[in-house]
Design a protein around this ligand. Sequence first.
Ligand SMILES: Nc1ncnc2c1ncn2[C@@H]1O[C@H](COP(=O)(O)OP(=O)(O)OP(=O)(O)O)[C@@H](O)[C@H]1O
Length: 626
Amino acid sequence: MKKFYPYFRYLAGVRGTFLAGVGAGILFAVASGFGLPLMVKTVFPLIFGKVNPITEVQAELEKSVGPERSKELLEKAFESEMKQLEETSKFREYVAKQVGEENAPRAILIAACAIIPLAALIRGIAGFFNVYWITAAGLHVLREIQQSVFVKLQRLPLGFFSGRKTGDLISRVISDSNMLQGVVTTISNDLIKQPFTLIAALAFLVKDSWENKESFFLIICLLSIPLVVVPIRFLGKRLMRKAAHMQRESGDNSGILAETLGATREIRAFNLEEMMGQRFLDGIGRWTKFHLKVIKYRYLTPPFIEMVAAGVVAFALGYGATKGLTLERFMGVVTALYMCYDPMKKLGEIHNRMKQGEASLDRLEVILKAEEGVTDPPNPVHLGTVKGRVSFQNVEFSYGDNPALHNIVLDVPAGQVVALVGPSGAGKTTFASLVPRFYDPTSGSIQLDGTDIRELRLKELRDFITIVPQEAVLFAGTVFENIRLGRMDASKEEVMEAARQAHAHEFIVNLPQGYETQVGERGAQLSGGQKQRISIARAFLKNAPVLILDEATSALDAGAEARIQEELSSLTKGRTTFIIAHRFSTIRIADRILVFEQGRIVGDGTFQELEAKHDMFRSLLEMQRH
Ligand SMILES: Nc1ncnc2c1ncn2[C@@H]1O[C@H](COP(=O)(O)OP(=O)(O)OP(=O)(O)O)[C@@H](O)[C@H]1O
């Protein structure tokens, strides 16, 4: 339960609804725990007054000892029953006066019977509003949690994602928050009503004990509570462990599914269908196993509590019979006892559901409590515009314990086009990732126009930088919307102009709905070259002073590639550009080339300079040419 406390602050936005729900819950509880036993105790004598054993005993006594003495004796033995009997008689007299002696029994019967649906109505309405309002408040809290998780996911450092499966993260956001939603709804249903019903029923038993100067029922009820609580706690702990396993398996299965859906071609090409199918089947098997364990621990509690309750009622029955209890009192007490155990049973279920919810909350908190790493500075510097000079000063960087860059010292004047070359794993991508602060250097600093980039707001810094990734990333929506992502306030003309610059306009207007054509998820309905052009148009539209270009390794046909190269080189004009270069042609258009090897810059110069004196560069060129 403690785990949920920090999230109660989200209730602030729905305080009124929550309090109304609590109020309705208390009304329901009092109507159930106190009202029902009281009703049973008072309505039954009205209906079955004639067969009431006290009235029979009274008649017998009156015959033998006379009315005065009989009243005295009965009052001593059945103090509360006599009072009630008196009230009942007064009520009868009153009704007789109103409707006449003849009609009185019928009127009383109708009145008494009417109390039952009336009480049910009050209880029902209060119960409904309790569930409705508390659920509304609970769902509000859940929405806030989901929103925080989503916002947090967008702020987390890239390192957080590289160690995790996307499917598992999706499962945390969707399945675990759905689980929490289920918990919130169940808890809303019972969390307020049940404890108060228990208290109200106990209050009835206290009142009964007080009036009858005998606390047997209250004591056995109180004594049996630990019998119920201990197993609830024991089973709850196990349940939480199994629920955590179950959710983990669910995350793994989502991982397998996401992987399979993301690699449909490769799976077919390598005939991996059977292997992936088996993996998924094994995953579902494990999930089913843990799910069954969760069900076992969750549903073991209610029968156990019912057994205890039935034992206590049987005990009460035996005791009542030996002590000559009146039927009304006995019925009242048994109803109150039932009203004690039913909430305990439900509270047991709540406890179990909460444990299950805690397991899901734990999984969500892995995201919510993860360190953000790259954050905005407390007092950001505002630059407005920049020319685009980029400097690295003694920059070191490691992925955890894995060093990736060593002592990078570099000054790139505004507008220079720099190609990054080197063998695979040399650190080119890492180097380029530090400029938009996807990661911060482990030591040293990077400056933009002389200002440490960590002093700028992330949003401002990233507004100065355009990234054209290896593979164009398109989002579901129209072609127009996809280009406009470069600058959300761009006009239609500006979007079209950017498309012209990227030589995309021609093919776009030939699409079925032109700029309004839906690109499909991840641009599935466009060719690789078309997607790249849209991505380049987006970069033209953004028009940022710094450009990071990750050259595509997957080759298009020679003609398309040459044209895309053309557009890319026009995109680099006037911008400080870092190209992660894979092609000879690109390396040629660069003003300057940096040669990377094992996280160090081992060569820095123009194409001609490096070709003349840098062995490694020459061997890289050789590899390119063949
Ligand atoms: N997210 C990551 N977590 C841990 N290590 C990483 C991560 N990304 C890269 N590395 C490691 O850092 C080193 C540099 O990788 P980087 O991707 O920067 O090389 P690269 O020169 O761009 O390679 P390529 O040309 O193959 O893309 C490599 O040893 C790589 O294994």
